[in-house]
Design a protein around this ligand. Structure first.
Ligand code: ZN
Length: 149
């Protein structure tokens, strides 16, 4: 029986009850709104990009404990990363959630606690919502920069 599972459960609850990086960014470089109709989770993700890095990242919205904890964990671990690093991080987490990679704790930080979610396909969407919103945000940002907007 899992001491580790208990620890992970505590970590998820802690992030859910005490959301890190919650809110919006005024004058954000990119903003994305994602919705998970299966569960009713909402995520508003804002990033501020400076010198090719995520200078600030905030997530707002509501939903189940998994979706909100995942958003909280994301803001902690993605802050300060350059955009390519952030995309690699998202891709790693996506593979872990689909059971296609072993979680790298150094990379994922507290989000390693979500690895058990991979066993519940319905909840995988909850965990990925904010993370895929970040991928979308970075794509939008790059498109804006490329078109000079
Ligand atoms: Zn959910």
């Amino acid at each position: 029986m899992g001491g580790l599972d208990d620890l992970y459960q505590q970590l998820i609850l802690d992030h859910y009850r005490n959301r890190r990086g919650r809110g919006r960014i005024e004058g954000a470089s990119a903003s994305v709104h994602e919705h998970n109709p299966v569960c009713g989770d909402e995520c508003y993700l804002d990033i501020l990009v400076e010198d090719g890095r995520i200078a600030e990242i905030r997530a707002d919205g509501d939903g189940c404990s998994i979706s909100q904890a995942a958003a909280s964990m994301l803001t902690e671990v993605a802050a300060g990363k350059d955009l390519d690093e952030a995309l690699m991080l998202v891709e790693h987490f996506r593979l872990v959630m689909h059971g296609e990679a072993q979680p790298d704790e150094d990379l994922l930080g507290d989000a390693v606690a979500l690895e058990g979610v991979a066993k519940y396909p319905v909840r995988v969407k909850c965990a990925l919502l904010s993370w895929l919103a970040l991928r979308e945000c970075i794509a939008d940002y790059r498109e804006t920069v490329a078109t000079g907007g």
